[in-house]
Design a protein around this ligand. Structure first.
Ligand code: UDX
Ligand code: ADP
Length: 455
C-alpha cells in the first residue's frame, strides 16, 4: 500500500516540493498544512493567486490541487491520516540568547515534532526538510521516541537543494536527491520508503542512481557544506572583482577563463552585489557556529570570512557610488532596478538590495524602487524608512533620477529603452550595473556614466 504524505509548513520549500511529489505520485494523497491561515487560503485560491511566485509552479498546482494535493490548516486530521510527515517549517537565524546571530532557531521545528507526537495514531516516518544544524535529527528522535509511546517514529534527513526561481525544474530533474537515515533495520526500511516517493509512480521521476543515501549526520552536514561551498565561490569571485576594478582587469573575463578549467567549472562564478536568499547566509552561519561549538576556531573564522566578504561587497557598492557622485548623495534620487535577491522570484530574504537601500537611506538618498515581483516584500522589509517610493514602472522610477542602480538581473532590464531612460534622468546620468547584465558599451555611447562590478 502506498503511504500518504503530509508536509508541515507551506512555504517556499513545502509548497513547491509537495506539488511536485503529488504530480509524480498520483497514487498518493499529499496534504500540506500550515498555521498561517492566509497562506493556506492563498494556496487554495480559486484563481490560483499562490502565495509565492515560482516559474511553472502554477501549472503544477493546477494539475494536482484537489486531485491528490490538498492545503489545509487542520494539522490534526492531516497528521492522523498520513504515514510520512515532512517537516518544512522555517528555521531562521536565532536572534536571541545562545548562538544569537549564528545558530538556527529551532522552535518551529520542535513545536512540529511535539505536535506529531501528540497527534500520532500509528508509526510514522518523519522527514526533515528544513535546513537544520547537524545532529538535530537526533534531538528530534529523542523528543519523538521519549517515554512510553506505543508508536515508533523514524527520523530521516532529506535536505532540499532546489534554488528559487528554478524550483520546479530543480525538483523535476534534480542533480541528486539525498536521504540520510539511521543505520538500523527500521531506519533502512524508512529510507527505502522515501526512495519510492522520489522514484515516483512507475519509476517515472528521479532515476534511482541519483537518489543517494547516507547516514543522518552526513546528510545534515552535506546541506550546510553544499551551500557554504556555493556561497564561498560567490565571495571568492567578488573578492577578485575588487582587484579587477583596481587593476583594469575584467572580472567576467577572468571568471570565464577560470571556469573553463573543468576542475573548477563555470557555475557560481558570477560577480555581483553579493549573495542573498534564505539559505546561504543562514547555513554558513550555522557552519560557523558548529565549528565553534567543536572548538574548531580557525575553520569557524574561515567560513565567517565568506559572510564578511559578502557584506563588504555591498558596502563597496555604496562607496563607489558615493565617489562617482561627487562625494555627496544627500537628496539625490537613485532608481533601484530590482529588489529580489535574484531574478525570477519575489523573495527578498537577505537580499543585497535591502542592505544597500539602508546604506543609501543613511546618506539621505531619495530612493525609487522598482521590481516586477518583489515590491510588496520590499515595502515590508524597509517599513519605517523615509524618502523611499515603490513604483511598478521602471521609467517612472527613472524620472529625474541621478543614478540607476541595477540590483537584480531581471531579464526585462537589458531590453528597456535606455535612451528613453537617459532622457528622463538628471544629468550627468549614471548607471551602476551590479549584475553586469546590461550592454555597458551601448550605455556609454548614450551618454551614461557607467559603473560595473569588477570592471
Ligand atoms: C541556494 C542553493 O543554490 C540551493 O541549492 C539551496 O537549496 C538553497 O540555497 P537560492 O538561495 O534559491 O538557492 O539561490 P541561488 O541561485 O543559489 O543564489 C543565491 C545567491 O547567490 C543569489 O543572491 C544570487 O544572485 C547569488 N549568486 C549566485 C551570485 O551572486 N553569483 C553566482 O554566480 C551565483
Ligand atoms: P522555507 O523557505 O523554509 O519554506 P517559509 O518561511 O517560506 O520557509 O515557510 C515555512 C512555513 O512554515 C511558514 O508558512 C510558517 O507559517 C510554517 N510554520 C511554522 N511553524 C509551524 C507549525 N508549528 N505548524 C505548521 N506550520 C508552521
Amino acid at each position: 500500500m502506498n503511504k500518504n504524505i503530509v508536509c508541515i509548513g507551506a512555504g517556499y520549500i513545502g509548497g513547491p516540493t509537495m506539488a511536485v511529489i503529488a504530480k509524480m505520485n498520483p497514487d498518493r494523497k499529499v496534504v500540506v498544512v500550515d498555521i498561517n491561515e492566509r497562506r493556506i487560503a492563498a494556496w487554495n485560491s480559486p484563481d490560483f493567486r499562490l502565495p509565492i511566485y515560482e516559474p511553472g509552479l502554477e501549472e503544477v498546482v493546477r494539475e494536482v490541487r484537489g486531485r491528490n494535493l490538498f492545503f489545509t490548516t487542520d494539522i490534526e486530521s492531516a497528521v492522523r491520516e498520513c504515514d510520512i510527515v515532512f517537516v518544512g517549517v522555517n528555521t531562521p537565524t536565532k536572534m536571541f540568547g545562545r548562538g544569537a546571530g549564528r545558530a538556527s532557531d529551532l522552535q518551529y521545528w520542535e513545536a512540529s515534532a511535539r505536535n506529531i507526537k501528540r497527534l500520532a495514531n500509528g508509526d510514522k516516518i518523519i522527514v526533515e526538510k528544513s535546513t537544520l544544524p547537524v545532529r538535530t535529527a537526533a534531538a528530534m528522535d529523542a523528543i519523538l521516541n521519549y517515554g512510553d509511546s506505543p508508536y515508533r517514529f523514524t527520523v530521516l534527513s532529506n535536505p532540499e537543494f532546489l534554488a528559487e526561481g528554478t524550483a520546479i525544474r530543480d525538483l523535476l530533474q534534480p542533480d541528486r536527491v539525498l536521504i540520510g537515515g539511521p543505520q538500523d533495520e527500521a531506519g533502512q526500511k524508512a529510507v527505502a520508503e522515501l526512495v519510492e516517493v522520489y522514484a515516483g509512480q512507475g519509476d517515472a521521476w528521479v532515476p534511482r542512481g541519483k537518489i543517494l543515501t547516507t547516514n543522518v549526520w552526513s546528510a545534515e552536514l552535506t546541506k550546510l557544506a553544499a551551500n557554504a561551498m556555493l556561497a564561498q565561490r560567490v565571495s571568492s569571485i567578488n573578492a577578485i572583482a575588487g582587484l579587477c576594478e583596481a587593476t583594469g582587469a575584467d572580472v567576467d573575463e577572468v571568471a570565464r577563463v577560470v571556469g573553463a578549467d573543468s576542475r573548477i567549472g563555470n557555475k557560481f562564478l558570477k560577480a555581483g552585489p553579493g549573495f542573498g536568499g534564505s539559505c546561504f547566509k543562514k547555513d554558513v552561519l550555522n557552519l560557523v557556529y558548529l565549528c565553534e561549538s567543536f572548538g574548531l576556531h580557525t575553520a569557524a573564522e574561515y567560513w565567517n570570512g565568506v559572510i564578511k566578504m559578502n557584506e563588504h561587497q555591498q558596502e563597496r557598492i555604496v562607496s563607489r557610488m558615493f565617489k562617482a557622485m561627487f562625494n555627496t548623495l544627500a537628496n539625490k534620487k537613485v532608481a533601484m532596478f530590482g529588489f529580489a535577491f535574484k531574478a525570477n522570484t519575489g523573495d527578498t530574504r537577505e537580499t543585497p538590495a535591502a542592505y544597500v537601500a539602508r546604506l543609501l537611506n543613511d546618506e539621505h538618498v531619495r530612493l525609487s524602487i522598482t521590481d516586477p515581483k518583489a515590491l510588496d516584500n520590499a515595502r515590508l522589509d524597509l517599513e519605517g524608512l523615509d524618502r523611499i517610493e515603490y513604483v511598478e514602472d521602471p521609467y517612472v522610477a527613472a524620472e529625474d533620477a541621478d543614478a540607476v542602480l541595477l540590483m537584480t538581473d531581471w531579464k526585462a532590464y537589458p531590453d528597456l529603452d535606455w535612451s528613453r531612460i537617459y532622457s528622463l534622468m538628471r544629468k550627468p546620468a549614471m548607471v551602476f550595473d551590479t549584475r553586469n547584465c546590461l550592454d555597458q558599451a551601448a550605455l556609454k555611447r548614450l551618454g551614461f556614466n557607467v559603473l560595473a562590478v569588477g570592471k
